[in-house]
Design a protein around this ligand. Structure first.
Ligand code: GLA
Length: 380
């Protein structure tokens, strides 16, 4: 943090007033159902993005990153609206816009969530800035309001029609627990996730793959769910059951049917996973994780060869469960593994990748960690 404050001073010529941080996430189960008012069970990871922020008197927004200090992106505060210039800076500008900030600010960010790995580096960036601005301007927004504001920033400023899971868990995550989030009203329950005392580990496998389909593919899946809801005159997939879906199958397309089947079954799997976790039944949790992957692969078709090979190799090497996480088409998979088998599983995945000439995967582990926080600094 001291280094961030020092760089801030060097770049902007005055001191930072607030330091904020927000984590990335992995999702145990509940994929592609946040935008259907479903339930999800993610946790915040230890890796986070840091933001140092201060007001300026120039009416400008200036944004820089510790990773690339030579570029200071500058824009008039009055020009901060959708369609503005900016590359990754749009995630920051979007938050400034949705939070209604009207005076100039200088922002330096330092990102430690691997980007492109499906671990929500973008939500970490948005949420670090959001909690920082919330403190700096004394806005007193609740975590729910900040989650809605950061999601809106990504939807309307960046143009990615994401749901609300990533921002919510980045803001509300708790150490030692997964977060059962009801994506309809953002109510939460902490579900203790203590793999270590069960001699297990949750391995995160970054496939290092990033397929071009990502953005259009995500929007298309979301549109399918909304189309089914419209045809059935229900508010969302949450209101659907397999009985209703099967009875009215002829009113929707075959593609819509299998997309909706994923949503209905995935919501049930989340509920079952919570019960399994509460009973310390990791075998059942593993089975549900596998079923989630098969549904995402076969019905929702958001997986890709790199993810499938990681899952298959993990399971063949003894993992209790494995699946893709996040939006799909690349990014990361998780595997729930007996701690003593972790090296064997890693080796099996590496070998399977080498055999197919895939780029070598990267491995992470992380315990569930605390969500975002901000600290006002003394002015002198
Ligand atoms: C991305 C989105 C989330 C969620 C997941 C899939 O991470 O940002 O809102 O939809 O994909 O579960």
């Amino acid at each position: 943090m001291a280094a961030l404050e020092q760089t801030f001073l060097e770049l902007f010529g005055h001191k930072a007033e607030v330091l904020a941080e927000a984590p990335g996430r992995v999702n145990l189960i509940g994929e592609h159902i946040d935008y259907s008012e479903g339930f999800v069970l993610p946790f915040a990871i230890a890796d986070r993005t840091y933001a140092a922020i201060a007001r300026n008197n120039d009416g400008l927004v200036r944004i820089a990153s510790q990773q690339r200090k030579s570029r200071i992106f500058t824009i008039d505060i009055n020009a901060v609206k959708p369609g503005s210039a900016g590359d990754w800076e749009k995630y920051v500008l979007g938050v400034i816009w949705t939070m209604g900030v009207s005076s100039g600010v200088d922002i330096l960010v330092d990102g430690h969530v691997p980007s492109g790995a499906g671990l929500s580096s973008s939500a970490a960036l948005e949420c670090s800035v959001a909690v920082g601005l919330n403190s700096l301007f004394g806005l007193n927004k609740t975590l729910e309001e900040l989650a809605r504001a950061t999601q809106k920033a990504e939807n309307d400023y960046v143009g990615m029609p994401c749901g609300i899971m990533d921002q919510s868990v980045s803001l509300m995550g708790r150490a030692g627990a997964a977060l059962l989030l009801d994506c309809r009203d953002l109510s939460t329950e902490s579900v203790p996730f203590d793999v270590a005392s069960a001699q297990l580990e949750l391995l995160i496998i970054d496939t290092q793959a990033h397929h071009a389909l990502v953005d259009g593919g995500y929007a298309e899946r979301r549109a399918s769910c909304e189309s089914v809801a419209a045809k059935f005159a229900i508010p969302s997939m949450r209101h659907l059951t397999m009985d209703l879906l099967d009875t009215r199958k002829s009113e929707i397309t075959e593609t819509e049917y299998i997309r909706a089947r994923h949503a209905v079954t995935e919501i049930q799997r989340v509920k079952d996973a919570v019960a399994a976790l509460r009973a310390n039944d990791f075998e059942t949790l593993g089975r549900l994780i596998n079923e989630s992957h098969f549904s995402l692969r076969d019905d929702y078709t958001v997986s890709c060869p790199e993810l499938d090979v990681a899952v298959d190799a993990s399971l063949a090497a003894g993992a209790l469960g494995s699946r893709m996480v996040g939006g799909g088409f690349g990014g990361s998979a998780i595997a729930l593994i007996n701690a003593e088998h972790i090296e064997k599983v890693k080796e099996a995945i590496k070998a399977a990748y080498a055999q197919r000439n895939f780029k070598a995967p990267r491995f992470f582990t992380s315990l569930p960690s605390e969500g975002a926080s901000a600290q006002l600094l003394q002015s002198n």
